[in-house]
Design a protein around this ligand. Structure first.
Ligand SMILES: Cc1cc2nc3c(=O)[nH]c(=O)nc-3n(C[C@H](O)[C@H](O)[C@H](O)COP(=O)(O)OP(=O)(O)OC[C@H]3O[C@@H](n4cnc5c(N)ncnc54)[C@H](O)[C@@H]3O)c2cc1C
Length: 387
């Protein structure tokens, strides 16, 4: 009898589970991956769109090119029915022996009044593209970069945006006419990592970027171009960039897995309260000391690796050690072609560790390798239509 493994979401977590499992199982295991989109993109390549370094088509990786032996279904997941081991999509019903939920986050731009109308973001593919001509035309005034709420994907990303903006305006000779401020709801940039936060603050300071702690923007007065901030004086802006509110996808909130919001999975093997259902990546809340495992692609991929080990144990009747460590790194472009790293081992030790590693040429090469190696691992080379 075949074992049916169903994976929901083809991002970092889902792609890792699907391809790694396929590489290690024979055809007694059926693997199906469902995603509503036609292509995957690596999170940090949204900055390449924002800064016009790459064209949209250059950063898309089509599921049609997924590694062989995986049944890809482009469809929207509408309902989870774990009592009956089934998932309902807009076009059908899928049953499974094991389910892996890797559906990421839903961004809510409308949650902050005025933001959708008067602000920009670099958190989605479309928004990052829209932002490019806006920053190209920006010559003087104040830019606010606001983190509305924790948690959000890739915690260093808003600071990275500020540093790259500094670099762009510096090269254009307009930097002296532009003020850049980052507003965060927390007292330090990365609450889980005080020492990495101190390094980030130093970098911001050197680049004349203001950091405003405990500044939670609650609305934009788009007419007067002014951000309303909880318990603080309003702040004027000429350009407003925001990290949208992140929530679990609605299909999770409407399911037994979403009663606490993000999915709570076992921090060792990532099984949920339904023993044959796993959850990985941004859709989860995995406690780490006083905080939670940050929402990053690297940790989602590591979660995928953990689930593959646990599934192989079950499929092959083995008992190999399974332990999710949440290890990996976020890359931080700091300008002038330099790349730093925020590297973490969140669950592998006595307490979460997240270090800031100073920018170097080596990390630029690591970043390029991070992208190419993932794409090579998960996708086949796209055959040019002209060949
Ligand atoms: C600007 C920026 C920079 C970043 N830089 C880094 C970095 O340097 N390093 C790093 O590790 N991470 C980085 N990240 C974060 C990283 O992109 C995410 O944390 C990562 O994508 C999470 O992986 P995931 O598998 O949990 O979810 P995702 O990759 O978001 O995948 C979820 C998938 O589920 C699908 N889906 C959702 N709902 C449904 C549904 N109802 N039906 C069908 N399909 C559905 C979506 O289409 C999507 O493909 C960055 C993010 C941003 C925005």
């Amino acid at each position: 009898m075949k074992t049916n493994i169903l994976i929901l979401g083809g991002g970092f977590g889902g792609l890792e589970v699907a391809t790694s499992l396929r590489a290690q199982c024979d055809d007694s295991v059926n693997i199906t991956l469902i995603d509503k989109k036609e292509f995957f993109i690596i999170g940090f390549t949204k900055f390449d769109l924002m800064f016009g370094r790459r064209a949209p088509e250059d950063i898309k990786h089509y599921y049609a090119d997924l590694k062989g032996g995986i049944n890809f279904v482009r469809d929207e997941v509408e309902k989870l029915d774990p009592e009956n081991n089934s998932v309902i999509t807009s076009n059908g019903t899928y049953s499974y022996d094991y389910l892996v939920i890797a559906l990421g986050v839903k961004l809510h731009r409308e949650a902050i009044p005025g933001f959708k109308e008067g602000g920009y973001s670099f958190y989605s593919f479309k928004q990052a593209q829209k932002l490019h001509p806006v920053i190209e035309d920006f010559e003087s005034g104040t830019i606010l970069i606001s983190i509305f709420e924790n948690p959000y994907q890739c915690p260093p990303a808003p600071y990275e945006a500020a540093l790259q903006l500094h670099d762009l305006f510096n090269k254009k000779g307009t930097r002296a006419d532009i003020t850049i401020k980052v507003l965060a709801p927390s007292p330090i940039p990365l609450p889980i990592a005080p020492s990495a936060s101190a390094s980030l603050l130093e970098l911001l300071d050197v680049h004349d970027i203001e950091f405003h702690a405990k500044h939670k923007v609650t609305a934009l007065d788009t007419e007067n171009k002014c951000a309303i901030i909880e318990g603080q004086e309003p702040m004027d802006y000429d350009l407003f960039l925001g990290v949208p509110i992140h929530r679990p996808p609605p299909v999770i909130l409407d399911s037994p897995f979403g009663k606490d919001g993000w999915i709570h999975a076992n921090s060792n093997n990532l099984r949920t309260e339904f023993d044959n259902v796993y959850a990985v990546g941004d859709v989860t809340h995995i406690p780490a000391g006083d905080f939670a495992v940050p929402k990053t692609g690297a940790f989602a991929e590591d979660a995928g690796k953990t689930v593959v080990k646990d599934l192989l144990n079950r499929i092959n009747n083995e008992d190999n050690n399974v332990k999710y460590n949440a290890m990996g790194a976020c890359f931080v472009e700091v300008g002038s072609g330099q790349v730093a790293k925020v590297q973490g081992n969140i669950l592998g030790g006595a307490e979460p560790v997240l270090d800031f590693l100073t920018a170097s040429e080596e990390y630029r090469a690591d970043k390029a390798d991070f992208e190419t190696s993932r794409i090579k691992k998960w996708f086949n080379n796209r055959v040019s239509p002209n060949n």
